[in-house]
Design a protein around this ligand. Sequence first.
Ligand SMILES: [Zn+2]
Ligand SMILES: [Zn+2]
Length: 440
Amino acid sequence: MLISVGILFAPTIRFHLHGVFKEKNLSGYFSGEYSIVQKPDGAILTHDQESKHVSLPLEFIPKKEETAKIELTDVTIGINFHWERKENQFFRGNLKIIEEDNHLTAINILDIEDYLISVISSEMKATSSLEFLKAHAVISRSWLMAQCEKSKTLKKEGRNYQSFHQNEQEYIGWYDREDHRNFDVCADDHCQRYQGIHKANTPTVAQAVASTQGEVLCHNHQICDARFSKCCGGLSEKFENVWEPVSHPYLQVIYDADTAFSQRCPYSEETAEEWINSTPDVFCNTTDRKILSEVMNDYDQETHHFFRWEVYYNQTEISELICRKLNIDFGDITDLIPLERGESGRIIRLKVIGTRRTLVIGKELIIRKALSESHLYSSAFIVQKEFNGNVLKGFRLKGAGWGHGVGLCQIGAAVMGARGYTYREILNHYFPNTVLEKKY
Ligand SMILES: [Zn+2]
Ligand SMILES: [Zn+2]
């Protein structure tokens, strides 16, 4: 099974073909360094200081699949996240270049199992336990196949995926896959982080993918839309509180431990405060450097305090930030009031009150983007206003977890793997009401 991954979006794309390639419509062979640039009168392909007009799309196909590699230059990873940076990346399979929305897009077309090896390596260090990697292989495969089925259904029904609604009082939306029309998934955290093959040739990851080949999680014989995030903070979130209002019996609230949840569910401000100020003994509450370094690549390790975290903004800072990020003139921000929380304490709707304007925003990712230069760790936070006498000085946000919190908690699952749980036990813990099925 082949899948197409959108890698790079830019006015100019530079790439190096290592090995010999053919192009679907052009004659001759292709090898070495190329650049392609978009001009008003069409695309120009340059190689060895020779330029020619080409019509898009182009698709380069290796003659010898096993040895050929595609190198893409200056690929931005972690777009808009706190660890954004540029890298050269290597890919197997085909390279397709298309034009969409006034820029060029580089797409990598490859076998799903090869993609999985790479995705799991990009997501975390391959030194993690085999059982954890196997669990990850199953959910990454399930998620991917569920997305492919979902876009087929949307196309067949001829409807557009609706993910925003906005009026004078409310701006509520979520980011799912609605914006990918020309490929199956993108290479960033929006879908699944995919960085090509340079970290992929690790025996444990290849073993984890191979030993679970074709295995997916199913509910009622339907492939599960299996989600995952970095750290749930102790409670996982329901799907519908983060994305579209559809309930999945396997994406429910999970207490991330093998004991029962004994606190009060953090729905209200009072219980959310109690929850966020507590340090429950859950799988993802770990400071084990070895496990953390296994689950996170180097750039993720720049972030240590994510199980419980704190951010402070003075009033000027927060007013400037929110106005700029939402592109709305609120004046001075005078209050932030959580109106609705999910089961994990994640805020679904937040009322932003300014001297000029009041607006309710949601869901979690819009809230996280509005309240941080990059992304706030999660929307499971409480708001503490700080005063100097009667004058509002600033806002302290105290939160739990990192990411949307739906489905598998990567840090929790890594801890389970390290403690000897099997991949089936890990999957059963995070995805209730599911069975494992082998699809090919
Ligand atoms: Zn995407
Ligand atoms: Zn967790």
